[in-house]
Design a protein around this ligand. Structure first.
Ligand code: PBG
Length: 330
């Protein structure tokens, strides 16, 4: 108390110009990655558990991201919605060079050559059991899964995906994918590794979006991380950096900002967080009830990611946030 009233912390908060001057962190459009869901069938359908997000047909995907591109969002992350008849136990459709993601990639690259495209590497959208890899005797087999995931990554890269994003959590897959890409001269294809991905309940609405929740046998605890652990996240990240990851992701986002902060301060690598479907749905539900104000809470939440150490955020709010940022700058 001895310095009071000489030191008054509120002085720097008194005026808008002063608050702007001392602001330490900022969200800009350059921090945003928008995940979208694409399907082969024409038309656009809203996802029940994710109001404002859609399963978008190939006929509509270019139009769907137009505004995001015009607002300057640097990258789009693509996820496939796969019809039942194309799913099997091996996720064969993931290796079809004409699958929905490869087609969407070509359409989007042609329309918007300067937008980064991020392709998810994991088999769950394509498998009847809903797991990210190959199941042998009831267990997701690591090395067999990696063999298939490497093929999936190559197919995506050859279709024009700029950033391979393995979300499967198999051991050793970053090195295997990096080696395979380099062997094909795809040395500029980047890898954004889901390095610390937790076995989380917050993925529920995403699995609904993919129609994969009704399939999932058991859970993903033998490959995704235990939410009880944080030191383990640092080991995962360290390995993925050594194996050749260019960017690191932590997932989910807001409930795991402690992990983001430790990763960023320990490794100083490009670090991202995925504000996942459950986080989005939770907030949307509150907005619909009128309990939270989207005009304040969306950007506040994204700012929290920046403060926590994120270089960028994968968020279903990307388009909305970009609009709000543009309106604020006018
Ligand atoms: C699966 C994958 C998941 C998400 C992204 N990739 C779900 C899961 O691991 O079951 C979740 C994204 C979200 O919830 O928004 N490879």
């Amino acid at each position: 108390m001895e310095n009071f009233p000489t030191i008054r912390m509120r002085r720097n908060r008194k005026d808008d110009w002063n608050r702007r001057l001392v602001a330490q962190h900022e969200v800009t459009v350059n921090d945003l990655i928008w995940p979208i869901f694409v399907k082969e069938e024409s038309g656009v359908e809203e996802i029940d558990a994710m109001p404002g997000q859609f399963r978008v047909g190939l006929d509509s995907v270019v139009q769907h991201v137009k505004e995001a591109v015009e607002l300057g969002i640097p990258a789009i992350a693509l996820f496939p919605v796969v019809p039942e008849h194309k799913k099997d136990a091996m996720g064969t459709e993931a290796l079809n060079p004409h699958n929905v993601i490869c087609q969407a990639t070509k359409l989007l690259k042609e329309a918007y050559p300067n937008v980064g495209l991020i392709g998810d590497v994991a088999l769950d959208p394509y498998t009847t059991h809903g797991h990210d890899g190959i199941v042998i005797d009831g267990y997701v087999d690591n090395d067999e899964s990696v063999r298939v995931l490497v093929q999936q990554a190559l197919i995506l890269a050859k279709a024009g995906i700029d950033v391979i994003a393995p979300s499967d959590m198999m051991d050793g897959r970053i090195h295997a994918i990096r080696t395979a890409l380099d062997n094909e001269n795809l040395y500029n294809t980047r890898i954004m590794s889901y390095a610390a991905k937790y076995a989380s309940g917050y993925y529920g609405p995403f699995r609904d979006a993919l129609n994969s929740s009704k399939h999932l046998k058991g859970d993903k605890k033998t490959y995704q991380m235990d939410p009880a652990n944080s030191d383990e996240a640092l080991r995962e990240v360290e390995l993925d950096i050594k194996e050749g990851a260019d960017m690191i992701m932590v997932k989910p986002g807001l409930p795991y900002l402690d992990i983001v902060q430790r990763v960023k301060s320990t490794f100083s690598v490009p670090t991202f967080a995925y504000q996942v479907s459950g986080e989005y749905s939770m907030m949307m539900a509150s907005f619909e009830k009128g309990w939270l104000d989207p005009d304040v809470v969306i950007l506040e939440t994204l700012l929290a990611f920046k403060r926590g150490g994120c270089d960028g955020i994968l968020t279903y709010f990307a388009l909305d946030a970009a609009r709000k940022l543009q309106a604020r700058n006018k």
